[in-house]
Design a protein. Structure first.
Length: 71
């Protein structure tokens, strides 16, 4: 007995695709931020770049907070 795979109707795929893409984008962005923060905490940057890295991380975190409030 073989199972037949029934695909979603095309209209449903068009509806769901942006939501899945947005979720995966958010997850990837969150992983990137966490990795970036770990480098900052570990002191992986020279002192001259650390302040710039912290400012960039804080700005990205702020943008994510704004996006989440708007959603």
């Amino acid at each position: 007995m073989s199972a037949e795979i029934i695909p979603f109707p095309p209209s449903l795929n068009l509806y769901l695709a942006p939501m899945y893409a947005e979720r995966h984008f958010r997850e990837a962005r969150q992983q990137m931020l966490e990795a970036f923060h770990e480098v900052i905490k570990s002191g992986g940057y020279p002192t001259s770049l650390r302040d710039e890295a912290m400012a960039t991380w804080n700005a990205m975190r702020g943008l994510i907070d704004i996006e989440e409030m708007e959603a």
